[in-house]
Design a protein around this ligand. Structure first.
Ligand code: 5RP
Length: 237
């Protein structure tokens, strides 16, 4: 008797991660983003390394990603040794129709932006429901700030974000601390962000703000996983 093997389709995030791994070429210097979608990409990349003998080095954007790469045997480097990267693969919390992003749900926005800026090409991988008409309509905007004077910084950021900036807390109720030793403000926009470019410029001027989770001109291709396990690719025009 022949028994058909039932295979479940990959989740939308997994499908995006698997597809992104197909864009990696032997010898590439990679930037490696952070988050659950990137974790699927790293699994798929490691599988290609095992099966095809592919050799790459990667700059991780967080301690979490670095730990996963060590487990998978992906060689790590840093931007001091490797300041120019061929390709970055990273996730996002939202992507709008102009390829602007909200990032920082995992708190790694500062390193993610530095690494994206160092790359010739940035591929953003997302699961279903992350492509939006207006940034801020489904996700909070993260803003990384230094702990010194954070109450004053929060007040200034709040004034620019409809009074909605809150310090991100851990489950224990303590401020969440980034890999850089900073805090995160999460900002709510009930009607979405009207003008992401202006808001990015205004927030970047606030003393104490280290980085804003709006990413402008840092995305060349979006790979969007669908719930049925297929992917849609959106190249930037
Ligand atoms: C981390 C990020 C992540 O890329 C973003 O939060 C998406 O995460 P996930 O793939 O888990 O949905 O910006 O700082």
């Amino acid at each position: 008797m022949i028994v058909a093997k039932m295979t479940t389709p990959p989740s939308s995030k997994q499908a995006a991660g698997i597809e992104a791994a197909r864009h990696v070429v032997d010898g590439m210097k990679l930037g490696l983003g952070t988050g659950s979608t990137v974790a699927y990409f790293l699994d798929a990349l490691a599988a290609r390394m095992r099966q095809e003998g592919l050799s790459v080095t990667g700059v991780p954007t967080s301690q979490q990603t670095a730990a996963k790469c060590r487990e998978l045997g992906i060689d790590l480097t840093d931007l001091e040794t490797t300041p120019e990267l061929d390709l970055v693969v990273d996730g996002a919390d939202e992507v709008d129709t102009d390829f602007r992003l909200i990032k920082g749900g995992g708190g790694a926005l500062l390193r993610e932006k530095i690494v994206a800026a160092a790359a010739s090409k940035v591929i953003i991988i997302v699961g279903a429901n992350k492509m939006v008409k207006r940034l801020g309509s489904t996700f909070l905007l993260p803003v990384e700030i230094v702990p010194f004077g954070y109450t004053a910084t929060r007040a200034r950021v709040s004034a620019l974000t409809e009074g909605s900036a809150y310090v991100r807390l851990t489950e224990a109720g303590e401020p969440f601390v980034t890999d850089n030793g900073n805090f995160i403000l999460d900002c709510r926009f009930p009607r979405g962000i009207e003008d992401p470019d202006s808001l990015h410029a205004a927030l970047s001027q606030v003393p104490g703000v280290v980085e804003v989770g709006i990413f402008l001109n840092l995305c060349d291709l979006v790979i969007e996983g669908q719930d049925d396990g297929t992917v849609t690719t959106h190249p930037r025009a």
